[in-house]
Design a protein around this ligand. Structure first.
Ligand SMILES: [Zn+2]
Ligand SMILES: [Zn+2]
Length: 174
């Protein structure tokens, strides 16, 4: 299965799950099927997914999925071990598509209704995974061995937060 097929399969299961969440199932969830799905650039490192609205759409006046141009997710999230997180990313963006534009309290309450609580906590680890994938250097504590993936050398300027020992630069073998 290619990436597009995997993504739309995950999206279908997300939409099915959304139908079973009483707090949202009166919303036009089936229209989410019409949203064009795509991918962020593979080297995106801060953004994990995005809901892009059509030109001219005012965020406070979103009427529903028809105002959405596309939803893009990070291609790395389709790797087997991150697929639960990909589903949660789609759920998050689909809430935006349903008209919940910002990350206010209402949004966070709805977001927390996602039944897979493992997935809801994977964001930090995924960000770490992306950074590690791209890093050229690991700033490493010689005492506790904790590694901080970075693109540049630390050049002895940083210390381990726990041990207060100067971090050493270890090159990532490619
Ligand atoms: Zn968001
Ligand atoms: Zn340390």
């Amino acid at each position: 299965m290619d990436d597009d097929a995997v993504l739309s399969k995950i999206a279908n299961s997300v939409i099915m799950t959304m139908h079973q969440i009483p707090q949202i199932n009166q919303l036009p969830i089936d229209e989410l099927h019409d949203i064009k799905l795509g991918f962020l650039r593979r080297d995106a490192s801060r953004l994990h997914a995005v809901c892009r609205y059509r030109k001219g759409v005012v965020k406070s006046e979103i009427s529903g999925p028809s105002d959405v141009r596309c939803v893009d997710v990070h291609p790395v999230s389709l790797q087997e071990e991150w697929r639960l997180y990909a589903a949660f990313l789609l759920y998050h963006e689909f809430l935006h598509a349903l008209g919940f534009a910002g990350h206010d309290r209402t949004f966070r309450t709805l977001e927390a209704l996602w039944p897979n609580t493992t997935a809801t906590k994977m964001g930090k680890a995924f960000g770490e995974h992306l950074r590690r994938n791209r890093a050229k250097w690991l700033w490493t504590c010689p005492q506790c061995s904790k590694e901080h993936p970075r693109n540049r050398k630390g050049n002895g300027r940083y210390r381990c937060r726990e041990c207060h020992v100067v971090l050493i630069d270890v090159s990532v073998e490619s």
